[in-house]
Design a protein around this ligand. Structure first.
Ligand SMILES: Nc1ncnc2c1ncn2[C@@H]1O[C@H](COP(=O)(O)OP(=O)(O)OP(=O)(O)O)[C@@H](O)[C@H]1O
Ligand SMILES: [Mg+2]
Length: 207
């Protein structure tokens, strides 16, 4: 793979979408060709699946179905968008990716993480992002930032769910510290952006 993949993770309102736009600008200023994308989504099929997963329209979705749908969207995303872009030397910046499945479906929902691992082994087959930026913010602070927004199906969960999500993200960062960088996202937008740029500078220097 010639390009690099950077993923942004974190609980609701952590600032992923805000920082993604700024990071893409920063990379382009450094002459990097970038594809900006998100999960679930990123392809026509993936965006349809996103609608099923996030619409709060009363459709019954078991925890297992949720996990499988996430990985169905991911499989299509990898095959149709991510791997072709990387093969062309483009960088891919993605709003949520594999770590979200561990944080939400295993940490949040309480599903056995080995189930997630088995799907990761199958769908990703060893593929990993080059860098993951975990935007860490207290759950209540993140939600207060998005209080004027309507809540999607998953956002209806209680605060204990999101505390487990946050904790799982932090545990993953601890056990995979060379890939996952924790950024204190309770700081102002520009301070967070600077911290992200410092992490990314190392990756640009390597390329
Ligand atoms: N560091 C920050 N300090 C204060 N407000 C912020 C910060 N970062 C983002 N915001 C604001 O918080 C809100 C949520 O930010 P954003 O949409 O980027 O979060 P997100 O992580 O993408 O959320 P979601 O998980 O719901 O997609 C926006 O109104 C944004 O302007
Ligand atoms: Mg967002």
């Amino acid at each position: 793979m010639l390009g690099k993949m950077i993923t942004l993770e974190g609980v609701e309102g952590a600032g992923k979408s805000t920082q993604l736009v700024m990071l893409v600008d920063y990379l382009r200023q450094h002459g990097v060709s970038v594809v900006s994308t998100r999960e679930p989504g990123g392809t026509l099929l993936g965006e349809k699946i996103r609608g099923i997963l996030l619409n709060d329209d009363g459709v019954c979705i078991s925890d297992e179905s949720e996990l499988l749908l996430m990985f169905t969207a991911r499989q299509q995303h990898l095959q149709e968008v991510i791997k072709p872009a990387l093969a062309k030397g483009q960088w891919v910046v993605c709003d949520r990716f594999i770590d979200a499945s561990y944080a939400y479906q295993s940490g949040g929902r309480g599903m056995d993480q080995h189930r997630v691992q088995r799907l990761e082994d199958w769908v990703l087959a060893g593929f990993k992002p080059d860098l993951t930026l975990l935007l860490d913010v207290p759950v209540s602070a993140g939600f207060s930032r998005i209080q004027n927004r309507g809540k999607d199906r998953i956002e209806q969960e209680n605060s204990a769910f999101f505390e487990r999500v946050r904790r799982t993200y932090l545990q993953r960062a601890e056990s995979d510290y060379s890939r996952i960088k924790v950024i204190d996202s309770s700081q102002p937008v520009d301070v967070v952006a600077n911290a992200i740029q410092s992490c990314v500078d190392a990756l640009i220097a390597l390329s």
